[in-house]
Design a protein around this ligand. Structure first.
Ligand code: MSP
Length: 641
């Protein structure tokens, strides 16, 4: 049986819908899957959702929903976003599915029978946010190392004898340099293991949600022990045939879940079961926003499909192209070793310079000149050697980068060829050759078109829709075989080309900047209405419900130079609030910020847009706003009294 190429993503907690931070790991996996498929591998690519934890159960309770109904809804939302982002997964596993529960109970039983799982007493701290047990000495100022709240736990629990695997793990890492990537991360793992591994508590008292311990319904299996097994369950283990998939060729994840879980607990579990370890674990860095990891708990989320929708509306590109633009941005900036920062500005700049300019020009010029100089037909002429070399170099660069799962470097290699094409057009100047009747024209135009065709192949794993559009404009079928990239046969002489059609219209950033930077008109200081002298009782004040919110999104309200339209998350509820603060705050300053919201104010229409609340602000001498915010980060949705 031929072993399939098996790619996995982490399975996502269903406590909130996906954002560009969580979509990043899935996108990296999807680019890997599409690339490997082009190389001829029989790829299986699995993603899914992690549904059994306390965190998820409590999110359902907060939303006032039945837990199963809640996880069904959010798991579905993940699948929808992934489909919207053209994530071509072959299987979507949910940890509430019978195939997963059965595999988890089987692993537990086998490890208990083998003496690796024993009963003990756990006393220590538990961080629900990352579902992690911590020792007192791990805590920083009474919180988890990531700054999350922790709870004291004292329970009789089952323990996995992780400490026995210190040496085998270190030996495996040393013998297999490809096991943990990137290299810097491998060193972190090695020093973590060398500091000593404790036996891991792998059960919790049953809160009525989770996978019960076989033979002991009072306990459920710890969510990380449970979740990691999804990779085996999706391979069909323990049923016949799992060897066609297992071991995974690459398990993608963010750096936060590599060291403690995927690079220690998981391989030790597999060693205890006598199963082979995944070939490679890749722990990429984070996407930050405003200096913090993008995450639901920080309230600074950007939804990838909204980003695409807004781009399509602002630039006029098709929605499918906008999705590819978001994919491109995520791939081009995919943080591997070091964290990256997301800003809308950076996204728009990448769009304009790489897609509208570089790729757009390459496509448009190549096809327009072909129509003009060679009758819109691929000439029968040899490829220029320097062009063949440039295509080869870009392809090699892409392959070398993907060999170490550096998606950003691979993307840069592909776009290096696009930029080469634009330069080559400038230096070879086909218009001059045509004017002079130079016989080199055929070879030059043929080489230009082959470069475009090769660029189509190289960008395909990242932007499949755009690649199809380029192929269609070239008048050929999509280039889906990696080996064909750069071969003259991939664009046969005589192929009739189509008219160039722009895929990515430019965004007008200057107009946007000018609108934002327009000097405010001098205004007369406003007189504030006098404060009524009549004192009110506490019962009057108590009628006003003030709560802490966090601004998720901020945009200028069309048709007004004073108003910003904000999406504000108050606890679990999202409110649209129109605030007259544009003179004093830019949208960028607002995103991620905590604010005080008048929560029970009747909705009002401002310039045709509904405002569902009001922000509290002090008033400056010009009548402008100075927003109130808590002196330190307050819990999401906290009441203000
Ligand atoms: N449920 C666990 C994984 C279990 S795998 C057996 C989990 N889920 S998660 O939803 O919190 O995170 C899933 C993935 O998204 C992780 O790889 C995490 O690193 C990644 N990211 C979440 N926010 C991110 C950023 N802001 N930036 C980059 N990656 C981020 O952990």
């Amino acid at each position: 049986m031929r072993k399939r190429f098996y790619i996995t993503t982490p399975i996502y907690y269903v406590n909130s819908v996906p954002h560009i931070g969580t979509a990043l790991t899935t996108l990296a996996s999807d680019v890997t899957a599409r690339y490997r498929a082009m190389r001829g591998d029989d790829v299986t690519f699995v993603t899914g959702t992690d549904e059994n934890g306390t965190k998820v159960m409590e999110a359902a309770q907060r939303a006032g929903k039945d837990t199963q109904a809640f996880v069904d809804e959010i798991s579905g939302a993940f699948a929808d976003v992934f489909t919207g982002l053209k994530i071509g997964y072959s299987d979507f596993i949910r940890t509430t599915e019978p195939r997963h529960r059965r595999a988890v109970q089987e692993v537990f039983t086998r490890l208990r029978d083998a003496g690796y799982v024993t009963l003990g007493k756990y006393e220590g701290w538990y961080d629900v946010s990352s579902e992690t047990f911590f020792r007192e000495s791990d805590l920083v100022d009474g919180k988890s190392p990531d700054g999350n709240e922790v709870r004291w736990v004292e329970e009789e629990n089952w323990f996995f004898r992780l400490s026995e695997f210190e040496k085998p793990l270190l030996d495996h890492i040393e013998a297999h340099p490809e096991f943990i990537l990137p290299e810097a991360r491998r060193n972190e793992v090695v020093s973590f293991i060398r500091r000593g591994l404790r036996d891991a508590s792998i059960t919790r008292t049953n809160p009525g949600w989770g996978i019960p311990v076989p033979g002991d319904e009072t306990k459920v299996i710890y969510v990380w022990f449970d979740a990691l097994i999804n990779y085996l369950a999706a391979a069909g283990w323990p049923d016949e045939g799992w060897q066609a998939l297992w071991p995974a060729d690459v398990e993608w994840m963010g750096k936060d879940i590599l060291t403690r879980f995927h690079a220690t607990l998981w391989p030790a579990m597999l060693m205890g079961l006598g199963l082979p370890l995944p070939t490679t674990l890749v722990g990429h860095a984070w996407m930050l926003m405003g200096g913090e990891k993008i995450s639901k708990s920080k309230g600074n989320v950007v939804a990838p499909l909204d980003l695409a929708r807004d781009l399509a509306a602002a630039s006029g590109c098709a929605e499918d192209a906008a999705i590819d633009a978001v994919r491109y941005y995520m791939a081009a900036t995919l943080p591997l070793e070091n964290d990256a920062t997301f800003t809308h500005d950076d996204f728009e700049k990448h769009y304009n310079s790489d897609l509208a300019n570089d790729l757009g020009n390459a496509l448009n010029r190549s096809l327009a000149m072909s129509a003009k100089f060679v009758g819109a037909v691929v000439p029968d002429a040899p490829v220029e050697p320097e062009v063949a070399a440039a295509i080869r170099a870009a392809k090699d660069g892409f392959e070398a980068a993907m060999a170490v799962y550096d998606v950003a470097a691979a993307t840069s290699a592909a776009f290096g060829l696009v930029r080469f094409l634009n330069k080559h057009i400038d230096t070879r100047a086909p218009w001059a050759l045509a004017k002079a009747g130079d016989p080199a024209l055929g070879s030059v135009m043929g080489s230009i078109l082959l470069t475009l065709r090769s660029a189509e192949g190289l960008v395909r794993p990242i932007m499949p829709g755009v690649a199809d559009a380029i192929a269609a404009q070239l008048g050929v079928a999509p280039l889906t075989e990696w080996d064909a990239i750069g071969t003259p046969g991939s664009l046969p002489a005589g192929t009739v080309l189509s008219e160039p059609k722009p895929i990515f219209p430019r965004l007008d950033l200057k107009a946007k900047a000018a609108a934002q930077a327009a000097p405010p008109k001098p205004e007369k200081p406003k007189k504030e209405p006098p404060i009524p002298m009549e004192p009110i009782g506490i019962e009057d004040f108590a009628k006003v419900e003030l709560r802490i919110g966090r601004v998720l999104e901020a945009v200028p309200l069309e048709g007004s130079d004073k108003l910003l339209k904000l999406d504000v998350l108050v606890g679990d509820e999202k409110r649209q609030i129109v605030a007259g603060i544009r003179k004093n705050y830019t949208p960028e300053q607002m995103i991620g910020r905590q604010v005080v919201v008048v929560f029970n104010l009747k909705p009002a229409m401002l310039r045709g847009t509904e405002s569902q609340g009001m922000l509290l602000a002090a008033v400056d001498e010009q009548g402008g706003a100075i927003l109130l915010r808590p002196e330190k980060e307050a819990p999401e949705g906290a009441k203000v009294r």
